[in-house]
Design a protein. Structure first.
Length: 367
């Protein structure tokens, strides 16, 4: 008996865990039920997705970042159909990776050469080095396998959408007939996509449903800076927010040996001496967050006070860029090792935590 009500009920569950530095796994589960007088039974939809994401284990060493394997994989499994009846399913596997062409493009770029000179001067946060680290951690190619029910592949609306997509890519596309790939009641599709090193041109090849369509060097006419190729150091959400706010949120400041760049992008020549400097403080009589730094001939110290808790890192100057750097970490004046902090975070999630990257860079992060 058809339902006399109209409603949609849904539930989304998202889980994330970090296997180790540079490896994250995300699970998303979506359940949806729709009722309408036009439907003979409510329709149930369930989509499960698993993402195994790799991120750089180095923070500043662009050569190590460029040589690291950042290949990531996403699997999607969807089921839909009328309530209490057999469900149909859609499956997809997507692998995203860095091509040899992109690696060669980076190594031959002017920024790569300029960053090498900047690093010799101790300027690891220069614009060239930022650009190189960004593109070195990016992925430009994707390979996907898609399996959908035959009745969807043959649906008139789907076919009309397919033809419209082909027209959209003209005159950059070509097509030819191939053998239909079928697995039981499902049609199999293979998709390959690639963007150039600057994210300005897209190439796509799709095989399935008896044809192969290839679009080559299709110009992307919208602003793709910092979005394509896909950078793995920041989340998509973070990058979109930065684009929408003109890179003012989240904002950052730089403190380097001979200059300082403020949150509003202004640059000043200044040498941090052995006095303790307040880098950032909440504008309040009793600030909840304060960041200090101090640099002497023997070491560099960074302190962050968050809601009364004090986090402090002391890095010996002569070895601070080495993988074997032995920094001193203190939390509320008590010395802690990275191993101790990892064990504490496993047993009790923290709002503020310290990370050591493989190139000797330390991060204090507070959510």
């Amino acid at each position: 008996q058809p339902s006399q009500t109209r409603k949609i009920e849904g539930r989304v569950t998202v889980g994330e865990k970090k296997q180790k530095l540079g490896e994250e796994e995300t699970e998303v589960d979506l359940q949806l039920t729709a009722e309408s007088p036009e439907l003979r039974q409510p329709i149930d939809v369930r989509i499960s997705a698993n993402g195994q994401i790799r991120r750089p284990t180095e923070k500043w060493n662009q050569e190590e970042i460029l040589n690291s394997d950042l290949t990531s994989k996403i699997t999607v499994d969807g089921h839909f159909g009328y309530k209490n009846e057999q469900k149909k399913n859609i499956r997809s596997t997507i692998v995203v990776y860095r091509s040899d062409d992109l690696k060669s493009h980076i190594e031959k770029s002017n920024d790569f050469e300029k960053c090498s000179r900047d690093e010799q001067e101790g300027r690891k946060l220069s614009r060239s080095c930022r650009n190189v680290r960004h593109i070195s951690s990016a992925l430009d190619k994707a390979h996907a396998m898609l399996s959908i029910p035959e009745e969807i592949a043959n649906n008139r609306l789907v076919q009309m959408a397919t033809e419209a997509t082909k027209l959209f890519f003209l005159p950059y596309s070509s097509q030819k007939s191939i053998e239909i790939r079928q697995s039981g009641p499902h049609r199999e599709y293979e998709i390959e996509a690639e963007v150039d090193g600057q994210g300005k041109y897209l190439s796509v090849r799709v095989q399935g449903n008896g044809e192969e369509v290839h679009a080559k060097n299709f110009p992307l006419r919208w602003d793709t800076d910092d979005l394509l190729p896909v950078c793995t150091t920041k989340s998509i959400g973070n990058k979109i927010v930065q684009k929408l706010t003109g890179y003012s949120s989240p904002s950052s400041c730089d403190v380097e040996p001979r200059y300082i760049k403020t949150f509003d992008g202004r640059r000043y020549e200044y040498s941090v001496n052995d006095c303790e400097h307040v880098v950032f403080a909440e504008e309040s009589p009793r600030p909840r967050i304060v960041v200090y730094t101090k640099r002497t001939q023997q070491k560099q110290t960074v302190k962050m006070v968050v809601d009364g808790e004090k986090f402090e890192i002391e890095i010996p100057k002569e070895t601070r860029h080495s993988r074997n750097t032995q920094a001193t970490i203190k939390i509320n004046n008590q010395k802690k090792s990275i191993e101790e902090l990892k064990e504490e975070e496993k047993s009790e999630p923290k709002e503020t935590y310290v990370t050591k990257y493989e190139d000797g860079v330390y991060s204090i992060y507070s959510s």
